[in-house]
Design a protein around this ligand. Structure first.
Ligand SMILES: Cc1cc2nc3c(=O)[nH]c(=O)nc-3n(C[C@H](O)[C@H](O)[C@H](O)COP(=O)(O)OP(=O)(O)OC[C@H]3O[C@@H](n4cnc5c(N)ncnc54)[C@H](O)[C@@H]3O)c2cc1C
Length: 446
């Protein structure tokens, strides 16, 4: 019987295993050195904050794997011999594969900062990191976070939930300024500033982490010479593909493992999926590396098809993502770059009191809708997917805003304001669609 081996039991690896099992009788083995059972990495923060226990973030019962004939090995793969199709592990005898799926995820970036390995200094990626953070933050009062991104915000929320004061060192002028347009990033900054105990220092970088006699962090120094006392330093300056153990092999690697459209690599019968995969040629306007949950799941589903004999290319649709900045919800559909492209215009509408902001991007000339960032309210994914695919105009999108809105009661009073503001700013005469139109649109498609 053919043996499919998967390195990595994150969302990408387990999705591949589940879908291969649905469609075939192949022998399947998943190897991970992090934990025996799959858990939801995105929910780690809730364990620290006491909202859930670790077992609550494991989506499958432990007996699921045996029942589905998926073997689990908790061990580290030290080396892959692609010629003999053999894996060398630290504690388990070598394993032969017929097909290999690399789903090894990411690791927290460490940029060689002075003092980055002292006690009390860490990133947040793995279960081990969570346990370490539990130990490292017990009884402390002050923390510093390096890097203003989504994992940093989660760490800040976690620390504040335990009354630990947090200072954020952010290299950019505004929060998450390399990903968000300035106006959105200022909006997020204002929201973050409302949280007692959180200090944001912009255009500041870490120079050095300074320890006490026991090699535990006691303060940090910034590049501008500021000294900040702290007992914990969170490294939240992004992640990169976890591929170091493969670097000396014949596998083609750039930042991640280079893959073709069907997720195959340059080695026979070897595929890469999830955070560790990098497309040789980016698909449409998607980035070559996309380190988010749902893309890992989609790649897992796709590679499973190929493994069971229905060769399939990965075809992601339009970019979307969502996150939370404490209690501020963020969604993005389509492409809203941090800087507008030459042919693009944007229309921003804000309601400061209710903390709602919408940033629509469209083509200056054709008026084609390109993307939207929303804060403080939720819009319907299916509808934006449809509009982006059909290359709808910005006027059509605004006209049907009622249909797009997920929280109709809340949004009711804003729709007219949004459309009026757009008409005023761009000399347009968009009218909100009458109720029966948007009902019909919902029935038609969504
Ligand atoms: C704190 C946090 C919050 C996040 N929040 C969000 C969010 O809200 N939304 C979102 O879309 N994304 C979020 N992400 C990103 C998301 O979790 C990842 O994109 C996703 O989990 C990656 O899945 P994966 O299956 O590719 O890899 P991983 O989940 O990283 O799994 C890879 C596994 O392979 C194991 N492994 C690697 N090498 C070896 C080896 N040599 N031998 C044995 N085992 C090995 C690793 O230990 C790991 O267990 C978050 C990430 C973090 C860290």
């Amino acid at each position: 019987m053919e043996h499919v081996v998967i390195i990595g039991n994150g969302i990408a690896g387990v999705t591949a295993a589940r879908h291969i099992r649905k469609k075939s009788d192949k022998r399947i083995t998943i190897i991970s050195s992090e934990s025996k059972y799959f858990f939801s990495r995105t929910a780690l923060m809730y364990v620290y904050m006491g909202h859930m226990r670790f077992e609550d973030i494991q989506p499958y019962e432990n007996h699921f794997w045996k029942k589905n004939r998926i073997d689990l090995i908790e061990d580290y793969v030290d080396e892959v011999d692609f010629q003999s199709k053999t894996l060398k592990l630290l504690q388990t005898p070598p394993i032969h594969y017929d097909q290999l799926i690399l789903a090894t995820g990411s690791k927290s970036n460490k940029f060689g900062w002075k003092g980055q390995d002292y006690h009390g200094v860490q990133g947040l990626y793995s279960k081990k990191d969570l346990d370490l953070m539990e130990q490292n933050t017990r009884g402390i009062k002050e923390a510093v976070l390096i890097g203003g991104g989504l994992i940093g915000v989660e760490m800040a929320e976690m620390l504040l939930s335990r009354d630990i004061n947090v200072t954020f060192l952010i290299r950019e002028k505004t929060f998450w300024g390399n990903a968000l347009p300035e106006t959105d990033s200022n909006f997020v900054t204002q929201h973050l500033k409302r949280h007692h105990g959180l200090t944001l220092l912009f255009e500041e970088e870490l120079d050095e982490i300074i320890p006490d006699d026991s090699k535990r962090v006691k303060e940090i120094k910034t590049k501008k010479g500021k000294i900040i006392p702290c007992q914990f330093v969170g490294l939240a300056a992004g992640v990169s593909p976890n591929v170091d153990f493969l670097k000396e092999s014949e596998l083609e690697i750039d930042k991640g493992i280079l893959v073709n459209p069907d997720l195959s690599t340059n080695q026979k019968d070897v595929y890469a999926i999830g955070d560790c995969a990098q497309f040789k040629t980016p698909i449409n306007d998607r980035a070559p590396l996309e380190q988010v949950w749902y893309t890992g799941r989609m790649m897992g589903e796709t590679v499973a098809q190929t493994i069971v004999g229905n060769q399939m290319n990965y075809k992601p649709s339009h970019w979307f993502n969502s996150a939370k900045f404490f209690d501020l919800e963020y969604q993005t559909y389509g492409r809203v770059w941090s800087e507008l492209k030459e042919n693009e215009s944007s229309f921003v509408w804000k309601h400061d009191k209710d903390e709602v902001s919408l940033n629509f991007v469209f083509d200056k000339n054709s008026k084609e809708f390109k993307g939207v960032n929303t804060f403080g309210l939720r819009l319907r994914h299916e509808l934006f997917e449809k509009w982006l695919t059909e290359k709808a105009s910005i006027q059509e999108v605004l006209q049907n805003l009622k249909t797009a809105n997920f929280d109709p009661e809340f949004f009711k009073s804003f729709e007219k304001d949004v459309v009026d503001a757009f008409n005023h700013q761009f000399g347009e005469s968009v009218k909100l669609a009458p109720k029966k139109w948007w009902r019909k649109l919902m029935l038609d498609k969504v």
